[in-house]
Write a protein that binds this ligand. Structure first.
Ligand code: FAD
Length: 517
């Protein structure tokens, strides 16, 4: 599969080019890459797509993009780069669907591996009491959903948006409204195949190569490239009752959300969001919903108010679930939302899970999808949530017109321990996601600058150590900040880096380690 990697290794470079500078070594490395044989292909032009991501703020041009067809394509290139040793600064980034926010899947003058071209293995389903599917890590979750449904099965834990790859979300966590019950996506994977920063292909799970398994889950791409994943499945429902209701008081809202996630006999999905001075397309929160009581709902004026919208969903199969409406009424009767603001929708399971795509289509039509997205995601301990909400929504954020602000609690007990993901210490913590879009402004106001300045204020408050708040999809510039993020877990993270990617070749866009360490 690869012809030249061993011929042009570090010793070869150094002995044949005793006066080689880093630049000449890079150019020799690149010509060697051009001569390597892959089952897929490597390209040195039309690379702009690999220097872009959803955040649309970082544009780091790589030198080459590998479109792998097999795991050995990936291990060949990593072995080759590893063998260059300390004489080279060449780095390698796996790129899933490129939906990072701050260049995390980019590699300046390095090699980007475009994981979506890795189609091996073909999706293969295994039934029985504990069904699962084996997939390529470059697979999009939307494709896994469609294929699983053909078997009457479905993954249990999701993200809100499904045009993301398995490798991309498992490198973070994969959190949505099912996580309170099933944990994030990293909890719902039985086994991985990983190519380490040394180019070794390793199968890992809770039973086999456990340290690597835990390292890679939530590992920000630092320890290896995930090439295959075995994902847990369960029987799929057909339909979903999807419900939204408003609160004007945060304490009542939070109490109800926490009540819902504490019970096994609850909704299947629990999320929520904050509405302040709603306007525009991004805040169209009730567009596909019908009010339970249209007359009263019409009289309710939400403009100008700080409101908290509970969003819940119950899955069901029409022929088997005779009591679904009664079950939902019982669950709702325990809650204290504003009675006139109950909104309902009935959709297929696919349409529910793929709901954000509907907004994507609308925003694309208006040329508003590929704008900068200065997102900020935080995990806030329950013990600090009231303080956080009072400060951030009392003093910093004055409207939510630049995009949704999600807020929902999850149970830490349902989350796997020992992975690389960093969460607050409390048993319950909240995900707060500021999903801002910097829209082109007709008033000439610099939307991006305003949102970044607001994010900075939120972060400056959130980083007070006593609050114990952690960033999700973290982004820092210095090693000190990363150390603070990992806290007591930094030593393990660092030790794992030395074990699996000792030359710090992988995922340079996360800006955690410098090559050569
Ligand atoms: P990329 O952006 O391509 O890569 C992300 C990181 O993972 C990079 O460092 C990359 O090098 C590394 N990586 C990629 N593939 C691999 C691999 N195979 N092996 C090892 N490392 C790899 N997240 C949630 O948890 N919940 C949500 O509800 C949610 N909603 C979102 C909605 C939208 C519209 C968007 C844009 C993002 C959302 N996210 C959400 C965040 C998303 O999970 C992450 O940004 C994720 O990394 C994107 O996946 P990707 O395939 O595009 O990864």
């Amino acid at each position: 599969v690869f012809l030249h990697s061993f011929m042009v290794n570090r010793e070869h470079l150094c002995s044949n080019h005793p006066f080689a500078t880093p630049q000449t070594i890079e150019s020799i490395a690149h010509s060697a890459l051009a001569e390597m044989r892959f089952e897929g292909r490597i390209s040195f032009e039309n690379l702009e797509f690999a220097a872009r991501d959803f955040g649309n703020r970082y544009h780091l041009m790589p030198s080459a993009v590998l479109h792998p067809k097999s795991v050995s394509d990936i291990s060949s290139i990593l072995r080759y780069v590893y063998d260059l040793g300390l004489s080279s600064e060449l780095k390698v980034a796996a790129r899933g669907h490129g939906h990072s926010l701050e260049g995390q899947a980019q590699a300046y003058r390095g090699v980007v591996i475009s994981m979506e071209s890795l189609r091996a293995p073909e999706m293969s389903f295994h039934g029985g009491k504990h069904p699962y599917v084996d997939v390529s890590a470059g697979e999009l979750w939307i494709n896994i959903l469609h294929e699983s449904l053909k078997q009457g099965l479905t993954p249990r834990s999701w993200t809100d948006y499904l045009r993301l790859t398995v490798g991309g979300t498992l490198s973070n966590a994969g959190i949505s409204g099912q996580a309170f019950r099933h944990g994030p996506q990293i909890n719902n994977v039985h086994q991985l195949q990983v190519v380490t920063g040394r180019g070794e292909v390793v199968t890992c799970s809770d039973e086999q190569n456990t340290d690597l398994f835990h390292a890679v889950l939530g590992g920000l791409g630092q320890f290896g490239i995930i090439t295959q994943a075995r994902i847990a499945l369960e029987p799929a429902p057909k339909m979903v009752k999807w419900i939204r209701a408003l609160y004007s008081d945060f304490s009542t809202f939070a109490r109800d959300q926490e009540h819902l996630i504490s019970s096994n006999n609850s909704f299947d999905y629990v999320e929520g969001f904050i509405i302040i001075n709603r306007t525009g397309l991004l805040n169209n929160w009730r567009s596909s919903f019908s009010p339970k009581d249209p007359i009263q709902a019409d009289q309710f004026n939400s403009d100008g108010k700080l409101l908290f919208c509970l969003e819940v969903a119950k899955y069901y199969n029409p022929r088997e679930s005779d009591n679904i409406d009664q079950d939902i009424d019982t669950l709702l009767s325990e809650l204290s939302y504003i009675r006139s603001t109950l909104f309902l929708s009935e959709v297929s399971y696919v349409n529910f899970l793929d709901r954000v795509h509907v907004s994507e289509v609308k925003l694309r039509e208006e040329g508003l999808w590929e704008v900068p997205h200065p997102w900020l995601n935080l995990l806030v301990p329950r013990s600090r949530i009231h303080e956080f909400v009072a400060e951030v929504f009392g003093n910093i954020v004055k409207d939510t017109s630049s995009g949704p602000v999600l807020i929902y609690p999850v149970n830490k007990a349902r989350w796997k321990s020992g992975t690389s993901l960093i969460t607050p210490d409390d048993d319950v913590f909240y995900l707060i996601a500021f999903l801002s879009s910097a829209m082109p402004s007709s008033t000439g106001k610099d939307g991006l600058k305003h949102i970044l300045s607001q994010n900075k204020k939120i972060l400056s408050f959130s980083q007070r150590p006593y609050l114990g708040i952690k960033q999700y999809l973290p982004h820092y510039s210095t090693e000190e900040e990363w150390e603070a993020h990992f806290g007591p877990h930094w030593e393990v993270f660092y030790r794992r880096k030395l074990s699996y990617d000792p030359l710090a070749i992988l995922a340079p866009g996360q800006r955690i380690f410098r090559r050569g360490m």
